[in-house]
Design a protein around this ligand. Structure first.
Ligand SMILES: Cc1ncc(COP(=O)(O)O)c(C=O)c1O
Length: 507
């Protein structure tokens, strides 16, 4: 939940040296915002009883870990100040509206009585939280703005740095993000690109994969995995999945290798690594490239090593729903090879090196500086968010076990730690998946199917000659799997609500 801390609460907290409410508002489940336009008023109040520099330090300390909400000039001009409130209080109402906050914490709730925004004094916060958290009405699959209080000050700073610099494409923010993502993935090099899809395409182009080549990959994945192979002119060769991890079956991978095979593209689906030891052995034996589709798996590990460093290329997506998402499309390719890194940097800009001279045909795969800046501001939180996702997965395990539903649903085991749970996927037995999905949606519990049709059965791949039954495990997974809300912002109470609703579905 998110609240606006009225400036009178901040002034009082500093004056009385009682930071209890501010402390509570540093928690991600009860996050506080302070209207940046009110800082001058707080400072002016404090300066009546404190020296100016002491007031400034006290204000800075009080606001540690609290997000500053800024209204835009247009927000402010569009607002009509209330006759019954002073201008700053009208701005507070506007802030609560545009940031969709759950209320205003204020010493004078009566001022907001007619505003349509809930307002209450600081000592009521514990009860408000208790009531609201217990009173779950719906569970969204994702609630991206729920994390804004954690990141807002840094994201805003980074975004404005870019806008003020006038430097929007590639440049220093991109270089900094590449360095930090490479470090995070424990590899020396990373190249920022326009999306996860383009990350895959760029990696394949850097490996000179094209017409006549074959790339072995999973049939049970997001379309971009195979789409990128086809776009190079190469042929995707599908294999079935392991029914437990949902990742490529290694016996079938070995059997699919032909003289035309140039690469294997494992997909670390839902955030759990593919079994990389046999895959790496095959690649070594047959001299094949390994292009990891790690778009759902940043931070996931195999035998202590991070994804992105387990093959020749690691391809990541920063699509907003990913564990580390931008405010739009973006992606990254990681590699251990300096040569491939240099080549990808040239291919990313139409194969241009030096300016307006082209030895290769590349593409416009550039990441923009704004996305890089936003992702840079979010990256320091990624480990905490992964922990939250892992804890949420554990909680589902306990709740489902306690509810006695484990004969109706199969829970996702963590075979290769560490699973980063971009998705928490249950299998629904006895052909009940679609019914359960409809029921949960009708009960305000969001859930999704990733993916209803395996790639070998997609119309655009019919020339590959596949038919129903070719990859039975993928087909079974497509008919049985259901993703439940597991993102870092999902609360324990929401998970309990979701499991209760699932229980009420089964007789
Ligand atoms: C497994 C997989 N591969 C590739 C992609 C493509 O990433 P993007 O949407 O950033 O292009 C995604 C994104 O959903 C994905 O989940």
């Amino acid at each position: 939940m998110q609240f606006l801390l009225h400036h009178n609460v901040i002034t009082q907290a500093i004056a009385s040296n009682d930071h209890k409410t501010l402390e509570q508002c540093r928690d991600k489940n009860s996050a506080g915002w302070v209207l940046s336009n009110s800082l001058a008023a707080i400072h002016s109040d404090l300066s009546k009883t404190m020296k100016i520099d002491a007031a400034h330090s006290a204000l800075k300390e009080a606001l540690q870990g609290i997000a500053l909400a800024s209204l835009t000039g247009s927000d402010m001009l569009a607002m009509s100040p209330s006759l019954k409130m002073d201008y700053l209080d009208s701005l507070a109402v506007r802030t609560a509206e545009v940031f969709k906050l759950d209320g205003i914490i204020t010493l004078k709730p009566e001022v907001f009585a007619e505003s349509g925004i809930r307002a209450f004094p600081p000592d009521e916060l514990p009860q408000v939280l208790k009531d609201d958290l217990a009173n779950v009405e719906k569970v969204p699959l994702l609630n991206i703005p729920a994390t804004y209080p954690q990141i807002w000050n840094d994201v805003q700073q980074e975004m404005f740095d870019v806008v003020r610099s006038g430097y929007f494409i590639l440049g220093p923010k991109v270089a900094e993000l590449e360095k930090q993502v490479a470090d995070y993935c424990q590899v020396p090099y990373a190249v920022g690109v326009s999306s996860g899809t383009d990350a895959l395409l760029l990696a394949l182009m850097a490996a000179d994969i094209g017409p006549g080549d074959e790339v072995i990959t999973s049939t049970y994945t997001f379309f971009a995995t195979a789409g990128s192979i086809v776009r190079t002119g190469a042929k995707p060769v599908f294999v079935d999945i392991d029914p437990v991890t949902f990742n490529m079956n290694m016996e079938q991978t070995a059997a699919a290798i032909t003289p035309q095979t140039k690469a294997i593209m494992p997909v670390h689906l839902y955030g759990q690594c593919t079994d990389m030891t046999p895959l790496q052995d095959l690649a070594k034996k047959h001299k094949l490239w390994v292009v990891e589709d790690a778009c759902q798996a940043i931070g996931s590990e195999f035998k202590g090593q991070r994804t992105g460093g387990l093959g020749d290329f690691g391809c990541f997506s920063f699509f907003p729903t990913k564990n580390l998402g931008g405010f739009g499309d973006a992606g990254m390719v990681t590699t251990r090879s300096k040569e491939l890194y240099e080549k990808m940097k040239v291919l990313r800009v139409h194969g241009m090196e030096p300016k307006y001279y082209h030895k290769m045909v590349g593409g416009n795969f550039r990441i923009d500086a704004l996305q890089s800046a936003i992702i840079l501001a979010k990256l320091p939180h990624l480990e905490e968010w992964v922990d939250d996702r892992r804890n949420n997965a554990q909680r589902y395990h306990h709740l489902f076990q306690k509810s006695g539903l484990t004969d109706r649903l199969n829970l996702p085991p963590e075979i290769f730690p560490r699973h980063v749970y971009n998705q928490y996927i249950v299998r629904v037995n006895n052909g009940k998946r679609n019914e359960l999905r409809e029921y949960l949606n009708s009960q305000n519990v969001a859930c999704e199917i990733y993916y209803p049709v395996p790639l070998h059965l997609q119309e655009c791949f019919k020339d590959l000659g596949h038919k129903q039954g070719d990859f039975p495990e993928a087909e079974k997974a497509a008919a049985e799997t259901l993703a439940l809300p597991v993102a870092n912002e999902v609360t324990a109470e929401q998970q309990e609500f979701a499991v209760e609703k699932a229980k009420s579905f089964f007789p």
